[in-house]
Design a protein around this ligand. Structure first.
Ligand code: FES
Length: 688
């Protein structure tokens, strides 16, 4: 309720924020929104010319809120609004909130164009609405003409109008804009639009750009710099609409496939850091060109940008030597949010454009994990949420509103198809789904680019076109899990050579056995070494997760979120059968796509989200797995499928798992036999 209101005043409820208050009849709806802290865009300052302040009245009885809302409870269109409608076309049902006034109880919808598709490529994506409150705003002002008797400078009179109309006091003005002020003011009869950057409330606002007349659009960039790919979105800061999106491979791959090989490259080559910094910035510029061309937007209209990245990518992008991140204690050069300009980074945008990088959580848990946390919000809810971004270095966050802990785990590149004999990146022709008949041990599979299973009519034609080229990450999880479910591999991950007599699919390979998945060209097999590589990767991930669960004092998690492209393709059931993730109700395991990219978008469109993640990161407890003596035992336990000691009751209720080995099978005490244990401990050390 507002200070001056009384109980007889109409009640106004804004959606989707749910903020409400009573306002005297005649209050402009825009003013009501402002008083309640509801962000409604306005460029023209209520002159009914920019059209950015549009709202919709919802009609009906809203019993829950005790409001009967009707179009009769808002003032009829006045001459200014009618003029706007005539000239610029106002969509049916929309009103200009700067002109329309409160006449009775109202439910007002502030349309949010920002519906972010979670970038899940082949699965239905859940859309997310981001409320806007960007750090950069456009403010139109009409400046008094100069007066010989009041010798106040043009810029000073402009500032006076910003203070009067927009409440922006004494903004900083960069020197490069001073020579432009006089000409710009005179071009369109003393009306100018000013771009003002005001991120933190306590900081001084700054003028970034100035245009003659009404300038009614400005854009921002949200970008996730991954070790393998870079994803970038061009977003309208005024409507939140995603204008265009583009992605590219990270060109740093030519210096090293994974993060540590890139750190080594910097250590070994005097110009290595510079080369990698320029490579990533050039790639970002290439993507900016692409999205601007696709959206028909000039790069000069880009005024803000948010970047997220893992710590090594973050440092290289900023031009910081990442060597310290390659060795204990994994010191970040900077862990807090970084604010700089696009120009300083050599990126294409308006000369005044700002840049914001989310804070990093720890030396191995970066701004990308912070962005994914912002997106999924474990800190905003009561349930214990596990958030996992599986990459060559898995980033793990576990927590709820009471406490959040985070760690990284060195899973290595096996989940991405590297280190696997027939592994490959996800691309047409790669096997992506696998099933194995437990009786005949015959497989059937699907390849990327075809909707058919390999035993269905028409598959041969598809395969002839696409080829059957290898196994991608999601299928590696499935094939190993299916081999376990069908008894081809034991819970300890050994291919059972005795089955060679039963099925021609089990083939000898030196002193071990392989499973023949596809007898073509190339011949695709799953070898004993492949299974070991997957065991190592999944054990490293699971041990990291268990360590965090122990820190939280919980035996189970309530919900699991898989972030990242890889997570989008994993079938949760197989991930759990393999023991990649802890026991959980399968319906509670969800892939959330590029959560880091969505988090970047949230920080771009709402500066409140920047404060939220800055504050949250200071509260997240960082756990360094390499320093935890218990990690080794957890790792050894996690080498088994799904786990040597953890019971997985929910999984067992949903999936028929092979009977577990009796304790005597492995040395009599439930532990692996001594020889095997020392080998697994060696593996654990390797993984660390
Ligand atoms: Fe510009 Fe209403 S604020 S049209």
């Amino acid at each position: 309720m507002t200070a001056s209101s009384n109980l007889k005043d109409p009640l106004v409820l804004f959606m989707p924020s749910g903020k409400r208050g009573r306002f005297p009849v005649g209050t402009p709806v825009l003013d009501a929104a402002r008083q309640l802290g509801v962000y409604v865009e306005s460029v023209c300052g209520g002159r009914a010319t920019c059209g950015r302040c549009q709202v919709e009245v919802q009609e009906g009885s809203f019993a829950k809120h005790g409001i009967v809302s009707s179009c009769d409870h808002i003032s009829p269109k006045g001459p200014k609004e009618e003029r706007y409608e005539r000239v610029r076309d106002l969509p049916e049902g929309r009103r200009l909130s700067c002109s329309a006034t409160v006449q009775g109880d109202l439910v007002v919808d502030v349309p949010q164009d920002t519906v972010v598709n979670a970038q899940v490529v082949r699965k239905a994506a859940s859309d997310r609405v981001i409320e806007r409150n960007p750090a950069v705003r456009l403010c139109y002002v009409e400046v008094d003409e100069p007066d010989m008797h009041k010798p106040l400078g043009d810029l000073d009179r402009l500032k006076a109008m910003l203070a009067r109309d927009w409440g922006i006091d004494d903004p900083a003005v960069p020197l490069r804009l001073l020579p432009l002020v006089q000409k710009t003011l005179r071009k369109e009869g003393w009306g100018v639009t000013v771009a003002v950057h005001h991120d933190e409330d306590t900081a001084r606002p700054e003028i970034l750009a100035i245009w003659p007349g009404l300038h009614n659009e400005t854009y921002g960039i949200a970008c996730d710099i991954g070790s393998t790919t870079i994803a970038l979105h061009l977003v309208s800061l005024l409507s939140g609409r995603v204008v265009a999106s583009a992605g590219a491979s990270n060109p740093q791959i030519r210096f090293g496939e994974d993060l540590m090989s890139r750190v080594s490259y910097v250590m070994m080559n005097p110009d290595g850091r510079e080369a990698m910094t320029s490579a990533v910035r050039e790639a970002v510029n290439g993507l900016i060109d692409k999205v601007c061309a696709e959206g028909g937007v000039s790069a000069d209209d880009i005024l803000d940008a948010v970047f997220v990245a893992n710590p090594v990518m973050h440092h290289l992008f900023l031009g910081i030597d990442p060597t310290e991140l390659g060795q204990a204690p994994f010191a970040l050069a900077v862990s807090g949010a970084v604010r700089t300009s696009m120009a300083e980074l050599g990126l294409k945008a308006n000369e005044g454009a700002r840049t914001y990088l989310l804070p990093c959580i720890a030396g191995h848990v970066g701004a990308d994990a912070a962005a994914a946390t912002l997106c999924e919000g474990p800190h905003r809810q009561e349930r214990m949420m596990l958030l996992v971004d599986v990459g060559t270095n898995a980033e793990i966050v576990l927590g709820n509103s009471a406490r959040v802990v985070a760690a990284s785990s060195p899973t290595g590149p096996a989940f991405e198809g590297a280190e696997i004999s027939s592994g490959q990146r996800a691309a047409p022709g790669a096997i992506e789904r696998v099933r194995i008949d437990p009786d005949t041990l015959e497989p059937r599979f699907r390849i990327i680019g075809s909707e058919r299973w390999s035993d269905e009519d028409g598959f041969a034609e598809d395969a002839a076109t696409l080829g059957v080229t290898g196994i991608c990450g999601s299928a590696i999880i499935e094939v190993v899990a299916e081999m376990y479910l069908s008894g081809i591999v034991s819970e300890d991950g050994v291919v059972d050579g005795a089955l060679a007599g039963k099925s021609p699919r089990i083939v000898p390979n030196g002193r071990t056995f392989s499973y023949l998945l596809h007898d073509g060209s190339p011949r695709i097999t799953v070898t004993q070494n492949d299974i070991r590589a997957i065991q190592l990767a999944k054990a490293a991930l699971y041990a990291g997760i268990r360590l965090l669960m122990e820190k939280q004092g919980v035996a189970e998690v309530d919900t699991i979120r898989f972030a990242g492209a890889f997570g989008s393709f994993i079938d949760p059931k197989y991930a759990m059968v393999l023991g990649l993730i802890p026991d959980c109700d399968l319906a509670e395991v969800k892939a959330v796509g590029n959560a880091a990219g969505t988090g970047a978008m949230m920080a771009l469109l709402n500066r409140g989200h920047r404060r939220e993640i800055e504050e949250t990161v200071t509260r997240i407890e960082k756990i360094e797995t390499a320093l935890e003596p218990h990690f080794q035992q957890l790792f050894v336990n996690a080498m088994a499928m799904p786990n040597k000691v953890d019971p997985f009751p929910k999984l067992t209720a949903a999936v028929k798992l092979p009977p577990r080995k009796a304790a005597s099978d492995d040395g009599g005490d439930g532990d692996p036999a001594p020889r095997r244990r020392s080998r697994e401990e060696r593996m654990a050390r390797r993984a660390r």
